[in-house]
Design a protein around this ligand. Structure first.
Ligand SMILES: Nc1ncnc2c1ncn2[C@@H]1O[C@H](COP(=O)(O)OP(=O)(O)O)[C@@H](O)[C@H]1O
Ligand SMILES: [Mg+2]
Length: 341
């Protein structure tokens, strides 16, 4: 479990330090007090990634040079420094050249109040969801994804010119296809492994009244090199790489109907099931549950679903729950309360 967390020059916090308990922890306070920022700090400390922004520099307090997050997870000391120019990692006081060992320490699942975007939004959010889970299960996925993105950027840069020089562009096709094929395979494998736990999570929240199905939609069709070769005209016209795992997606169906037809409540439930299912998958894979960060998600749920969700979370997991008030909570469920009022 995450025993302690200290931040410095992190979003609205000059400095802030707190301890957490095993099991339930509530971070309570009115809007703009820093509840989400604290969950974000926990996520960055444990996974070096923010659940809300892709560019970590956004998180540095305005007018400051750099931020620090520091904490203990299961007796391991994690420290992360980030400025606009560089970053530094330390594990148990030893500076790390790569994030490999550091990221072996802990896993996280973040439930956000905008998770409905996983269902309604663009494929980018769904790819980020898959990659965040896949990269925790297998560190190699993070590295192949980086290789793919690098090759894609280079190839797209060459396509920006007015008349594409295919011989030059072809030089990037090999690394693009090599990394891209592995990225897509890992996502597809994850999706296969998620089917059962996500369906179980969905059944637990809805009381088995609705059915859920997830379909994999590969952005490179079945054969990436073939699709890439066939797309030259489109690529030239649109001046970018039009096929590949950067177009991977998944489709969700409730009771056999596409999720775009589902009600808002059903869409929220779908998003919850994806998060909850991934928490159970990670728990099974590592024989220990991830830390669960729940950001203000109980307000939108009716009483029944709140209860079902709380009961369906991995029981042994540490939970950090941000909320504006605690009146929805059953007084019997004890937990640590961190009051930011
Ligand atoms: N980089 C930053 N530097 C300084 N303040 C920031 C930065 N990013 C966000 N904030 C401020 O942090 C405050 C807390 O935000 P947030 O954690 O979202 O609050 P809550 O979740 O409690 O509503 C907001 O007032 C926001 O304007
Ligand atoms: Mg918030």
């Amino acid at each position: 479990m995450l025993a302690s967390l200290k931040v410095r020059h992190f979003r609205c916090f000059e400095t802030f330090a707190t301890e957490f308990a095993p099991g339930l922890n509530f971070i309570v306070g009115p809007n703009a007090r820093g509840k989400t920022s604290l969950l974000e700090a926990a996520c960055i400390l444990l996974r070096l990634q923010s659940p809300r922004v892709t560019r970590l520099a956004h998180v540095i307090q305005h007018e400051r040079r750099g931020l620090v997050v520091d904490g203990f997870f299961a007796e391991r000391h994690l420290q992360f420094y980030l400025s606009h120019e560089r970053k530094k990692l330390a594990l148990d006081g030893v500076e790390q050249k790569t994030a490999r060992d550091y990221l072996e320490v802990a896993r996280v699942v973040y439930f956000g109040n905008r998770d409905i975007e996983l269902v309604r939004g663009t494929g980018e959010g769904r790819r980020r969801f898959l990659d965040f889970v896949a990269g925790q299960r297998a560190g190699a996925h993070r590295r192949t994804l980086r290789d793919y993105e690098r090759a894609l950027r280079s190839r797209n840069l060459l396509l920006k010119g007015s008349a594409p020089r295919w011989r030059e562009i072809a030089a990037f096709d090999e690394p693009l296809v090599a990394a891209g094929t592995r990225v897509a395979e890992e996502r597809e494998r994850l999706l296969r492994d998620l089917q059962e736990p996500v369906q179980a999570a969905h059944a637990a929240i809805t009381g088995s009244r609705e059915s859920l199905r997830i379909e994999w939609l590969p952005g490179a069709g079945g054969n990436f090199p073939e699709a890439l070769a066939a797309a030259h005209q489109d690529d030239a016209r649109l001046r970018q790489t039009t096929v590949g795992p950067h177009r991977d997606d998944l489709a969700l169906f409730v009771n056999g109907q596409a999720s775009s037809y589902a009600s808002e409540g059903q869409q929220r439930t779908l998003a919850l099931a994806l998060r909850l299912g991934s928490a159970h998958l990670l728990e099974r894979h590592f024989s220990t549950p991830p830390v669960l960060l729940l950001d203000d998600i109980f307000g939108e749920l009716d009483l029944d679903r709140r209860g079902s969700l709380l009961a369906a979370l991995p029981a042994a997991a540490q939970k950090l729950i941000a909320t504006t008030h605690l009146d929805w909570l059953d007084p019997a469920s004890a937990g640590k309360v961190l009051d930011l009022a």
